[in-house]
Ligand binder design. Structure first.
Ligand SMILES: C=C1C[C@]23C[C@H]1CC[C@H]2[C@@]12CCC[C@@](C)(C(=O)O1)[C@H]2[C@@H]3C(=O)O
Ligand SMILES: O=C(O)CCC(=O)C(=O)O
Ligand SMILES: [Fe+2]
Length: 359
């Protein structure tokens, strides 16, 4: 029996320091526990300096004949890009956004009925990474994997459930197809084909992937410059596909530039490389550091589709991408093992599976 995503955090409870289910609407001033300084996050103020300020992640048209190369190049330089003409119906994007808005609008007491257990995977709560920071984040989240029915029935009466579950399941299905298409487009640009990665080839079990949906809400904030919506992190995925509403907030980090805001483009989706794709590509694709800022007048919603392999598949650098005289940059790891490492060591996880290469 493969380990399911739902089991990965059983031995890794999140212990949060303080009471952590704030009623954001009652706060007119930013409490100290939400006020971030560079002591809480060294990269806090790494803002782009003027000449670089208009740099942005590329917007790629998936119908373009050169899409594979454009995606490959974006994965190498940014680790992120936006896509248009991705084939996911606009109504479905609007549907998941409406559902996300309705969920977070529920009274806190109702949302807490679906609270994520300390060792659980799905449900309502703060970001898993919260326990690694001294300050609290100005956001609330809801994690789903597979069917949302068990969690949703704690929130809504029967007559809403069918419709809401259908939207989530349709969204997961469409995202799954898109993610695998994006993975192959980017690998093609490296000259890697299906024969090079047995577990992911078309002949292998079609259900080799697993995923989670993370719904995020960033309420209006009285002092956005001092608050943090979601602290800087990389995703432990192969790829993440993000839908954001029309309020900006997502930022990606470039070592040579600093934080760059990803502007919302109606109907397009943001894609980012996760740690496992970085490993698979032997470090060629960049697992991008990203975070979410908040806004004084507009609340923000995002829906992240976190996509990875079946949890017991060993992921290691594609041999073709390792130089004939070198050794692979990383040891092999399953998604489950990696999520557990991340749950204990957060952003040191990647370096912990790095091979020691003394050259
Ligand atoms: C499948 C995943 C991926 C998780 C853990 C688990 C479910 C929720 C995902 C996120 C979503 C929010 C950022 C992150 C960093 C977090 O705190 O929870 C992600 C994390 C990861 O990418 O490591
Ligand atoms: O809200 C956002 O734009 C970012 C969300 C995110 O990074 C995540 O859920 O992993
Ligand atoms: Fe993320």
């Amino acid at each position: 029996m493969p380990t399911m995503l739902t089991d990965v955090f059983r031995g890794h409870p999140i212990h949060l320091p303080h009471s952590h289910q704030p009623d954001f609407t009652s706060l007119s001033e930013l409490p100290d526990s939400y006020s971030w300084t560079p002591k809480d996050d060294p990269l806090l103020d790494a803002a782009p300096s003027p000449p670089a300020a208009n740099e942005n992640i590329p917007l790629i048209d998936l119908n373009h004949t050169d899409a594979a190369n454009q995606i490959g190049s974006a994965c190498r330089t940014w680790g992120a890009f936006q896509i248009a003409n991705h084939g996911v119906p606009l109504e479905l994007l609007q549907g998941i956004e409406f559902l996300t808005g309705s969920l977070f609008q529920l009274p806190v007491q109702r949302k807490l009925k679906a609270a994520r257990a300390e060792t659980g995977f799905s449900g309502y709560g703060v970001a898993r990474i919260s326990s690694f920071f001294n300050k609290q984040m100005w956001s609330e989240g809801f994690t789903i994997t597979g069917s949302p029915l068990n969690d949703f029935r704690k929130l809504w009466p029967q007559h809403h459930l069918n419709n809401y579950c259908d939207i989530v399941e349709e969204y997961e299905e469409q995202m799954q197809k898109l993610a695998s298409k994006l993975m192959w487009l980017s690998l093609t640009s490296l000259g890697v084909s299906e024969e090079d990665i047995k577990w992911a080839s078309a002949n292998s079990d079609l259900n080799w992937a697993q995923s989670a949906l993370q719904l995020n809400h960033y309420p209006v904030c009285p002092e956005p410059d001092r608050a943090m919506g979601l602290a800087a992190h990389t995703d432990s995925t192969l790829l993440t596909i993000l839908h954001q509403n029309n309020t900006a907030g997502l930022q990606v980090f470039r070592d040579d530039i600093g934080w760059v805001t990803v502007p919302p483009v109606q109907g397009s989706l943001v894609v980012n490389v996760g740690d496992l794709f970085h490993i698979l590509s032997n470090g060629l694709f960049k697992s991008v550091l990203h975070r979410a800022r908040v806004n004084q007048t507009r609340s923000r919603l995002s829906v992240a589709f976190l996509w990875g392999p079946q949890s017991d598949i060993k992921i290691s650098p594609v041999p073709k991408l390792v130089s004939p005289v070198g050794s692979p940059l990383y040891r092999s790891v399953t998604w489950t093992e990696y999520l557990k490492t991340k749950a204990t060591h957060f952003n040191k996880a990647l370096s912990m599976i790095k091979n020691d290469i003394d050259e």
